[in-house]
Write a protein that binds this ligand. Structure first.
Ligand code: HEC
Length: 416
């Protein structure tokens, strides 16, 4: 590794002080020694033949053919699509690029993409999204649906929960039916007492499912009364609850699968499904918990005035019990510019859970913490969202395309 050599050179005791000017220019990175392992590890699981990234980036020829687009995407940070900032927390399946890796890719393209010596090839594996151990229930959209809209279509599909006794979901995975049109998907778990509301929404719309932007609909509190059974965005895999815990589902519940379709050049139909791993023996407590200010849902305090920039709203919730936070996701709509979820402890110290400095509506994923964050009573969960509103309309919380939201979604479990 050339970076290592340069560093070793500067730090070496024998190195004269004028080392910088005396050192020859380092040779550029090469495909085999430097760039191929980066591309394989951080791009390979999506940019493979038939993968969700569209084009394969597996061989030198493929990467060379896409080099200008890769340069722009890597330099701007739009690829790989990892929104969490460094230095906040550490996550499973972190496929982001370090600064040195970004520089290596850019330097390599600047140097006209030298192949280097195949003998220096470094073995690398693409990161893999996790999968479920077994599938006990597979809920599929009732029929193939052909999205309509220019270019977005948000459609919710109501699916009956078939268990006639209480059950515990210990893992979930969403399988998109058609990667060409599915942009992301969120299954909401609707409690039995709200089921009638959702059946009515479904019945009102003559086509399959019903239209639903940003939340499953069913009134402003739906987002916080319903729980999420996962979230799929390109690159998401399965999630499992911690050993011995599960998300309790009552008989008579519904699953409402919200699909965000994006129709580009190639419309087509989709029939996505949700795979679940289920226990019928009682499990320890795990839950998907959204965090947001109830007042915002009621229409107060989250105003984003017309023609404003950098408007920030903050919500704080003081925990009354102990629990563990396993993963974190942020949800805003398209005017969001940044978001952050953190915990302020009683001694004033802060634990950052998820920090998204450049919000992008298209890449919402749950970031799985390597070390669960233990919350003690008195800890303050802090949610912060920032927006720019270039429109002539004042904007507040709402389900519509032009409305906004600010939500943290966490998977919780019993504190150890
Ligand atoms: C989690 C999946 C995923 C990973 C990892 C990923 N990509 Fe992508 N990439 C996509 C998808 C999906 C698209 C299609 C465009 C879109 O929907 O934004 C895309 C599009 C692109 C494009 C087309 C132009 C653009 O910017 O939209 C380039 C270039 C690109 N990716 C390069 C890379 C490189 C280089 C890496 C690794 C450093 C990478 N991608 C990692 C999913 C991924």
């Amino acid at each position: 590794m050339i970076w290592f050599t340069a560093l070793a050179c500067v730090n070496s005791e024998e190195t004269p002080a004028e080392v910088d000017s005396a050192m020859p220019d380092p040779s550029p990175p090469t495909w085999h020694a430097d760039v191929a392992p980066i591309i394989t590890t951080s791009c390979g699981s999506c940019h493979t033949e038939g993968g969700i990234g569209g084009m394969a980036l597996t061989t030198l020829a493929e990467v060379t053919a896409w080099s200008q687009a890769i340069y722009a995407a890597v330099e701007s940070g739009s690829m790989p699509p990892w929104l969490a900032s460094d230095g906040c927390n550490t996550y499973e399946q972190d496929f982001s690029l370090s600064e040195a890796e970004v520089q290596a890719v850019l330097d390599w393209i600047d140097a006209d993409m030298p192949e280097g010596d195949p003998a220096e090839a470094v073995a690398a594996e693409p990161w893999q999204a996790p999968s479920l151990e077994r599938v006990d229930l597979s809920l599929q959209m009732p029929a193939p649906y052909t999205p309509v809209g220019e270019p977005d279509d948000y459609r919710c599909f109501v699916m009956e929960w078939p268990y006639e006794e209480d059950a515990w979901v210990t893992g979930y995975a969403i399988t998109p039916g058609n990667l060409a049109v599915v942009h992301h998907a969120i299954p909401f778990l609707i409690p039995p007492e709200d089921a009638a509301t959702y059946r009515a929404l479904d019945a009102e719309d003559p086509a399959d499912g019903y239209s639903c932007y940003g939340s499953p609909g069913g009134g402003v509190t739906a987002l916080t009364s319903s729980r999420w059974l996962g979230a799929w965005a390109p690159g998401s895999g399965a999630a499992v609850t911690p050993e011995g815990t599960g998300i309790q589902v009552k008989t008579g519940s519904l699953v409402v699968l919200q699909m965000h379709y994006y129709i580009d050049a190639s419309p087509g139909s989709d029939q996505s499904s949700l795979d679940l791993q289920i226990e019928t023996e009682p499990q320890g407590w795990a839950d998907v918990q959204p965090w947001t200010n109830p007042a915002w849902l009621a229409g107060a305090g989250m105003e984003i005035p017309a023609n404003s920039t950098g408007v920030t709203h903050t919500f704080q919730y003081t925990a009354e019990a102990s629990f563990a936070i396993e993963s974190a996701l942020l949800h805003q709509h398209t005017l969001g510019t940044s978001g952050r979820l953190s915990v302020i402890h009683e001694d004033g110290s802060e634990s950052c859970l998820l920090d998204i400095p450049r919000w992008d509506f298209n890449w919402q994923r749950a970031y799985q913490l390597v070390e669960p964050q233990i919350i003690a009573p008195g800890d303050v969960i802090t949610l912060e969202c920032t927006w720019d509103n270039p429109t002539d309309q004042d904007i507040a919380w709402g389900d519509g395309t032009g409305d906004e939201m600010c939500l943290g979604v966490t998977m919780l479990s019993e504190a150890p």
